[in-house]
Design a protein around this ligand. Structure first.
Ligand code: IPM
Ligand code: MG
Length: 356
């Protein structure tokens, strides 16, 4: 029997609760398939600062590099907000992404039919939306040097090399080939040099994909268009900072940020995480929505293990459970038949998975 070695990073806030539910679902899926999972837990984020004095201990990096894939919950919280930047939980995550060379962050956004009313946007605007944000993840202003804050003056550097833009552009075009053959590249080329290079490079790469329709949009307009008419988008290709902002914006199309998974790819080992944060305000109450993490586990099966069938099972089970009206508290106002705790909805999804 095949065995996949998964590194688990539960992290802070609701991280541990949501990862536990994803494990339930993974175990349910493996019980009917010809593979098995082994899990090893590693520390990252605030908890790693508390226990090890650093947000990304070396054994976490090594453990991740020795695994087949990584499932990560969330990090951060007020408790660690005052620490110097190199000790902040977020720095742990950024350094892990860098250490893994996962330059491509895929954030699919679609609307569950059962939850169309959960969005703050009108039904006719969001019905049928299905888009993919392809966010560059280990470059741009997040990592650019020099950077400084001396108390009087502060700056960061937004920097991209042509090679960095090329490799993420290829991912976007290849993703579009499997979807509706459209890429919209988002930049600020009317103001920024770095965006001009981005745009020129994307144009160059596009000549290798004659069947994919490329358009360009300035980021301010893209932020507006996402709310005005999100159906116009198939693949949105963008840089680290713009992708961070636009993906949170786009998440509201689906009604709850608690539903959206992501995959970070491009290195040898993939990193899978919900797009939401650690939500310290609701941690430990059993009300967090584990679906984004469960769907991230499905992406892991698809992209790291090539187990499409198992990935589909999880996605179908989630749809089924939502269709039957099971909801965590964040979605309780939308056609709920039964309000479930984090652990209850995890068990219900796991149970469905084992019956598909
Ligand atoms: C995300 C998060 C992270 C980011 C933070 C936690 C560093 O917002 O994954 O979108 O900005 O990339
Ligand atoms: Mg973000």
């Amino acid at each position: 029997m095949k065995q996949y070695k998964i590194a688990l990073i539960k992290g802070d806030g609701i991280g541990p609760e949501i990862i536990d539910e994803a494990i339930k679902v993974l175990d349910a899926v493996s019980s009917n398939e010809k593979f098995d999972f082994s899990y090893n837990e590693y520390l990252m984020g605030g908890i790693a600062v508390d226990v090890k004095g650093t947000p990304l201990p070396e054994e976490t990096v090594q453990g991740c590099l020795n695994s087949d894939a990584i499932l990560f919950g969330a990090i951060g919280g007020e408790k660690w907000d005052k620490l110097p930047r190199d000790k902040r939980p977020e720095t742990g995550l950024l350094n892990l992404r860098k250490a893994l060379s996962v330059f491509a962050n895929l954030r699919p956004m679609s609307v569950f039919d059962e939850l169309v009313n959960a969005s703050t946007l009108k039904l006719e605007v969001i019905n049928g939306v299905d888009l993919l944000v392809v966010r560059e993840l280990i470059g741009g202003i997040y990592f650019g040097q020099p950077r400084q804050n001396d108390g009087n003056c502060a700056f960061n550097t937004m920097i991209y090399t042509k090679d960095e833009v090329k490799r993420i552009a290829h991912i976007a075009f290849k993703s579009a080939q499997k979807r509706r053959q459209k890429v919209c590249s988002v930049d600020k080329a009317n103001v920024l040099e770095v965006s001009q290079l981005w745009r020129d490079t994307v144009n160059e790469v596009s000549s290798e994909y004659p069947n994919v329709l490329l358009s360009h949009m300035y980021v301010d307009n893209a932020a507006m268009q996402l709310i005005r008419d999100p159906k116009q988008f198939d693949v949105i290709l963008t840089s680290n900072l713009f992708g961070d902002i636009l993906s949170d914006e786009a998440s509201m199309i689906s009604g709850s940020i608690g539903l959206l998974p992501s995959a970070s790819l491009g290195g040898k080992i993939g990193l899978y995480e919900p797009i939401h944060g650690s939500a310290p305000d609701i941690a430990g109450q059993g009300i967090a929505n584990p679906i984004a993490t469960i769907l991230s586990a499905a992406m892991m099966l698809r992209y790291s293990f090539n187990e499409e069938n198992a990935a589909k099972k999880i996605e179908d089970a989630v749809k089924d459970v939502l269709k039957d009206g099971y909801r965590t508290k964040d979605l309780s106002a939308y056609d709920a038949k039964e309000i479930c705790s984090t652990s209850e909805i995890g068990s219900i999804i796991a149970d469905r998975v084992s019956k598909i």
